[in-house]
Design a protein around this ligand. Structure first.
Ligand code: UDX
Length: 436
């Protein structure tokens, strides 16, 4: 099939390259010339495991261009994958959706049916904007296009996006007509053969399903972390509690791991967006949604309390943070709990050293020479008074604890904020053990 992907960010590149890998011809469009030039040379501008290899492998099935006609004319399906940033209140900025919709309207071929699927996370209003923009161009130019607008939200997690796309548990598609359904079934047939369920619902329902999924997942993490705070007061083990909870078939095991709070580019943004919509429509649920965000932020403050209880003052205290990415196996530090923590520690004049296997560049971009950067976990902890595990990288699950203890200051603080270790083992080694 002939596919156009409009926007070469993370969602666009993963979507288009996975579809090219199935044998489709995929044309990418972006206004960013630098990005397109790198992609023309098969250089992937972002880190996502397996994506660079796929871009090289798909060389003969893909084109990258800043010319919209190449990616829009004569395509069976267009995927909109532009950015949908949000302001502080959560209001989603739909200006790029509007812009790309005009571009689509200026480049469609009146002879062909085209299915336009919005993949950018956005409220249902985005679908109206796409339609209004195309209709206006039809009216102004006195032409009639044959098209349908639908929604196919992305459900990929960073770090496993290629696997998630190629082996999905569900593909959510919001469309209305049988012709659109036929095209989608043809496109995703290889995945459906592998038991992936294509869930056909309405376009507005599909837009909201994305927000609903992320809000549910984030709420599970938020509740787990609140339970963890209570468990700590009883010296009870949260992992054991959540293991029992997750065995309830109505609940399940995933997203029940305690942490310093959730982060990343989606959870907070999507809940804020839903909170904004809820307030805008004068519904009572916004308080509950806002509280998921508020309680999530409280964990870094709680950790500061732990540190102050242990040290009294953090002035020039050498503190090591292991993991600055918002989760393991990614280089992304957007809304990372570790970055939230570093900002507070800097205000308290702590002497901070960090190590992350993949996210050091991102952390350097944000904090420059205000903090120290180590080459590995052992160097990071040398001479340090406190060690805090903020991200659950595999390498931090098997630290050489006796060696680390010997090189740290007396009576070291061990902040296990991903619940990776056994309290007794740490105490026996002489650490003062703290957890979320
Ligand atoms: C999320 C959704 O999972 C994905 O379906 C959607 O399309 C995009 O948003 P992502 O942001 O990549 O994906 O990360 P995810 O793996 O969902 O984790 C989000 C945050 O929750 C991370 O900070 C993670 O560390 C945290 N988390 C997750 C926990 O603290 N505990 C858990 O048990 C699970």
């Amino acid at each position: 099939m002939k596919i156009g992907v409009l926007g070469t960010g993370w969602v666009g590149l993963v979507t288009g390259n996975c579809l090219a890998n199935l044998g489709n011809d995929v044309s990418f469009y972006d206004i960013d010339e630098n990005k397109i030039n790198s992609l023309k040379n098969q250089i992937c501008p972002i880190y996502e495991p397996g994506l660079q290899e796929l871009i090289i492998k798909n060389k003969n099935k893909t084109t990258y261009s800043t010319r919209p006609d190449e990616a829009i004319k004569d395509k069976d399906i267009l995927f909109i994958t532009v950015g949908t940033p949000a302001d502080e209140d959560g209001c989603v900025d739909l200006r790029y959706i509007k812009q790309i919709s005009r571009t689509i309207g200026e480049n469609l071929n009146p002879q062909n049916f085209c299915l336009i699927l919005n993949k950018s996370t956005s409220p249902p209003e985005a679908l109206d904007i796409i339609e209004e923009e195309i209709k206006e161009i039809e009216k102004n130019n006195n032409i009639k296009y044959d098209y349908e607008i639908g929604c196919c939200p992305e459900t990929l997690a960073e770090g496993t996006a290629i696997k998630d796309f190629s082996n999905p548990d569900r593909i959510i598609v919001g469309i209305k007509s049988e012709i659109a359904k036929g095209l989608v079934q043809k496109l995703f047939r290889p995945y459906a053969l592998n038991q992936a369920e294509i869930i056909f619902i309405g376009p507005k329902e599909a837009s909201l399903a994305k927000y609903a999924s992320n809000t549910h997942l984030a709420a599970r993490v938020a509740i787990t972390n609140v339970i963890s705070q209570i468990a700590r007061k009883y010296n009870a083990n949260t992992r054991e509690i959540m293991k029992a909870v997750g065995k309830d078939r109505r609940i399940g095991q995933k997203f029940l791991h305690p942490s310093l709070g959730f982060g990343g580019s989606c959870f907070s943004k999507d809940i804020q967006a839903l909170t904004f919509l809820s307030k805008q429509k004068e519904l009572p649920g916004s308080t509950l949604l806002q509280e998921i965000i508020n309680s999530n932020k409280s964990h870094t403050e709680h950790l500061i309390k732990d540190l102050l209880e242990h040290f009294n003052s953090l002035e020039n205290k050498k503190i090591t943070i292991l993991g600055t990415a918002f989760k393991a196996n990614v280089s992304d530090t957007r809304d990372s709990p570790a970055h939230r923590l570093i900002k507070i520690l800097l205000e308290l004049n702590a002497d901070i050293t960090v190590y992350d296997p993949k996210a050091m560049e991102e952390t350097k971009k944000e904090f420059g020479d205000k903090i120290n950067y180590a080459e590995n976990e052992n160097q990071a902890t040398e001479g340090s008074s406190a060690l805090i595990i903020a991200t659950e990288w595999d390498i931090f699950r098997s630290l050489d604890l006796p060696n680390i203890k010997n090189k740290m200051q007396e009576n070291p603080f061990f902040g296990d904020y991903r619940a990776l270790y056994n309290e007794k083992e740490l105490k026996d080694l002489g650490f003062k053990y703290y957890h979320v």
